[in-house]
Design a protein around this ligand. Structure first.
Ligand SMILES: [Zn+2]
Length: 142
């Protein structure tokens, strides 16, 4: 805007120096200031419009960010679901100390050491999953 003001000042100086008739000079000054008002109004309007556009874009960006956050949440949940379906975890309740812990299904393993009391717990993978033998193990549906 500084440039505009400088131009305006130099414009006034120029017409004052070149138009000798005072009536003509006042008339041109008046007309020019009316014209300038319109130009400045238009500039204000354009600036406001651009500000509005920027605000709209910022709002849209915010909405997109929120949507992305939701999508990320869903993806994380899906990953969790996939993991819990890939690995059947078994909850073991130690028959010696009642300590509960979870192991991955590994049918090659026939026994596991209780992390709490150190006793060896026999694993029976052939048992009916629906009716766990005496609470020794049960399928965890997570
Ligand atoms: Zn134990």
């Amino acid at each position: 805007m500084g440039t505009l003001k400088d131009s305006y000042t130099s414009f006034l100086k120029d017409i004052e120096a070149n138009i000798k008739n005072k009536e003509d000079l006042d008339y041109i000054k008046l007309r020019f200031s009316q014209f300038l008002d319109v130009v400045l109004d238009q500039m204000d309007y354009i600036m406001d419009y651009r500000k509005e556009e920027v605000e709209k874009l910022e709002k849209k960006q915010k909405e997109l960010d929120e949507k992305m956050g939701k999508v990320e949440n869903i993806v994380n949940h899906i990953e969790k679901d996939i993991y819990s379906e890939e690995g059947f975890d078994f909850e073991i309740i130690c028959p010696y100390c009642d300590y509960e812990f979870v192991i991955d299904v590994d049918e090659d393993k026939t026994e596991i050491e209780c992390p709490e009391c150190g006793n060896t717990i026999e694993l029976d993978w052939t048992g009916d999953l629906d009716e766990p033998q005496g609470c020794k193990r049960r399928l965890l549906l997570m």
